[in-house]
Design a protein around this ligand. Structure first.
Ligand SMILES: [Ca+2]
Ligand SMILES: [Ca+2]
Ligand SMILES: [Ca+2]
Length: 413
């Protein structure tokens, strides 16, 4: 039997209207779904949370106390159903405010992947701290998606079970869209151990030490460092200057990713197996994603990785001295060493120098062009010229980035 359906134009129009109304209802209900999921424990109850694996949870007036017995990795278990379901598509961060005056140094969040298996995400918490601290933990991952309901927070001492009975106080647990950030556009890495908000993805960060942050990319992964605490105001600054030494033999590109936009990126080819530091100047304004407050990610890539182009080869570290967001266009003539001064002049003993970059070589010539001295190691940015007799000489200076400058000096004894 053949059924023919004839819809008049009016009927089609009505269907279109119905579709629009359905869409409108869906849009109206979106704000409800995207409201922050917050458990503030301000009502003198545990708000549905339970504890397991040797843990117990008890309410206070505005907090809960989470206690455990020795030999355990205790856990807090999120209540489920209804408004307790977390919308992972809009809530990318776990925000938790704790007073952790215990040995526990790790919080591991457990949730279900779309394939039904478990994902564990490890985060560091500060142990033995006698005040409240709020942590923002980034859950972003292809498996953190859709409605997430079965969530546990497992506490341990760097993965090891508790060595005594103890407890900590929890003020608030939230799932939020983003972590609050402050503006910062210069990163010097001059405080040991302070990464200035940079966290790793697919690699490890060590230091900073002696003024440098070291990133070790994981082979065959999209390795990057991500800014989590500080944003850059893209309306104020248009360029990124990054000074680094690339020890990798194969990773030959850096990529700037803005607010997680994987498409509108800015790439820069870099040299490999560097003996010296180099500064790269990237124009970020060429990307449509460089707008407003930007959380920057920097990828370290091997363009011709056979596994997947752009993943790291894992063949060496990146030593990062400095990242600055700026409007200054770095000199195209990269051969001249600027910001270099010599003193005193005239001189009769030691010559001292000031330089923004590390000096690798000094050569002294007479006016006839004969090289009289060649020096490579410097103590306190100075060298001895007392062997020279009175007269005028030319000092040729070269830095570790192969830039050079010639200065005239007078020896007067
Ligand atoms: Ca509270
Ligand atoms: Ca530095
Ligand atoms: Ca390569």
């Amino acid at each position: 039997m053949i059924v023919s359906i004839n819809l008049s134009l009016t009927q089609i129009f009505k269907i279109q209207i119905m579709k629009k109304i359905t869409l409108l209802i869906a849009l109206i209900s979106l704000p409800l779904l995207s409201a922050a999921q917050t458990w503030d424990f301000n009502d003198g109850t545990v708000q549905g949370w339970t504890a397991g694996a040797g843990g117990t949870i008890t309410p206070n007036t505005t907090t809960v106390t989470f206690s455990w017995i020795t030999g355990k990795k205790p856990k807090l278990i999120k209540p489920t159903g209804g408004t307790n379901v977390v919308d992972a598509d809009t809530k990318k961060f776990l925000a938790i405010t704790l007073k952790n005056n215990t040995e526990m140094s790790e919080l591991k969040l457990k949730h279900l992947k779309p394939d039904g298996s478990n994902r564990f995400v490890k985060f560091d918490i500060t142990p033995n701290l006698n005040n409240f601290k709020t942590y923002y933990f980034d859950l972003t991952n292809t498996n953190w998606t859709g409605a997430q309901d079965l969530i546990e927070l497992i506490f341990s001492n760097a993965g090891v079970a508790s060595t005594s009975d103890a407890g900590l106080e929890v003020d608030t647990i939230e799932f939020v869209a983003s972590a609050p950030t402050t503006e910062q556009h210069i990163y010097e890495f001059n405080t040991d151990g302070d990464t200035e908000g940079w966290v790793k993805a697919n690699g490890t960060i060590s230091g900073p030490a002696i003024g440098n942050l070291t990133f070790t990319p994981t082979a065959n992964k999209f390795a990057k460092i991500k800014q989590q605490s500080h944003h850059v105001d893209a309306n104020t600054f248009s360029r990124m200057h990054i000074r680094l030494k690339n020890l990798s033999t194969n990773d030959d590109q850096i990529r700037v990713i803005m607010n997680g936009d994987a498409v509108n990126v800015v790439d820069q080819i870099i040299t490999t197996s560097d003996a010296n530091f180099k500064t790269y100047d990237l124009d970020l304004s060429t990307s449509s994603a460089w707008i407003g407050n930007v959380l920057v990610q920097i990828g370290f890539r091997d363009q011709d990785n056979a596994n997947n182009p752009g993943q790291s080869s894992g063949t060496g570290d990146f030593i990062i001295d400095r990242i600055e967001f700026s409007n200054a266009v770095l000199s195209v003539n990269r051969n001249e060493l600027t910001d270099f001064t010599l003193y005193p002049n005239p001189v009769n003993g030691r010559l001292h120098f000031n330089s923004l970059t590390e000096i690798s070589k000094v050569e002294v010539y007479n006016l006839a062009g004969q090289r009289l001295m060649q020096l490579k190691n410097f103590v306190n940015n100075s060298f001895d010229v007392s062997i020279l007799s009175n007269g005028v000489y030319l000092v040729n200076v070269e830095d570790v980035e192969n830039r050079s400058i010639t200065k005239k000096i007078i020896i007067a004894k």
